[in-house]
Design a protein around this ligand. Sequence first.
Ligand code: GDD
Ligand code: MG
Length: 356
Amino acid sequence: MEAILLVGGRGTRLRPLTISTPKPLLPTAGAPFLAHQLARAHAAGVTRIVFATSYRAEMFEAAFGTSAHGVELTYVSEREPLGTGGAIRNAAPALTSGPDDPVLILNGDILSGHDVRAQVELHEKAGAAATLHLTKVEDPSRFGSVPTDGQGRVTAFLEKTNNPVTDQINAGCYVFRRSAIDTIPEGEVVSVERETFPGLISSGQVVMGHVEAGYWLDVGTPEAFVQGSRDLVLGRIASPAMPGEPGQRLLLDGAVVSPRAVVRGGTAVGRGAEVEGGATVEGSVLQDGAFVAEGATVRDSVVGRGARVGAGAVLDGVILGDGASVGPGNELRNGLRLWPGIALPPTAVRFSADDS
Ligand code: GDD
Ligand code: MG
């Protein structure tokens, strides 16, 4: 089976990490985020993937080439972002599938343990134009709310509304009949969520919902991104692309962790990163070359490439951009983000993003 992978978004909610690297390529549990998706797609029977790229398009081919994790890869880039539906239509000429074949469409920021084969089976059995993976979340207002009838047929698609009709949401993995993709208008900005799905439903086409509860996460926010990496390292979701065994921590080549440091809770320590004695790092991502000095505490945070955390400093729920530096003794909490290269002198601040 072939798939289209949507990876053209700018990942603004993950800035400053996404200034240099698009969201799907951010190091996550020791590998670019997409490596986990590619490996899982391969395990689900996907043999060929068309990347629909836009923002920093060239970086995807540089990262994965023409084949990776058992999947043949090809790339189609939009000059201007065409939206999710426009991107799917734009990538379609690169597919080799026939008109009635199922084609998988994947959002590029989802970690999901659901059974893709079962989703495809439902699609084929129902003779559907499209079949969506649906899951339940606490706050559906940030997602596409998707009600179904007693037979599992999708009755409406309501993208990001204040009053969602159900907590059952679009999980960002679709099976499309190839010919249904070809009905999306070409060369235009189209939202699959706001236009294509509502259009298919109102024109009486069969759109099915495959409801499955297992592990599911959209890594598009800083908290969720850190959680995704942590869950992969801890083995809460299995990934054939993890460069090591699941456990409290994952150390990449050249990582140096003092025997007097505590590094746990699903922390990933990048190449050449260093954690000194007396430091505690929990549930965090230390990118390549990051440095955590003695006695510092880093929790639920991302320390960007070559960024430095000074002695005794505290980071809790913080994003440190590449090369940023936090002087000894500072305390940063709660969603604070430091832009690349910024340097805080010793004990300059005790800041939280709530302090406005
Ligand atoms: N090629 C291309 N071009 N890709 C795009 C474009 C575009 O113009 N716009 C967005 N994408 C890609 C993003 O890179 C991402 O992988 C995917 O499409 C979804 O975009 P997000 O920006 O992450 O959307 P979202 O998380 O707010 O909402 C979507 O996902 C939810 C599930 O996580 C929607 O599909 C919701 O309905 C859904 O519930
Ligand atoms: Mg998303």
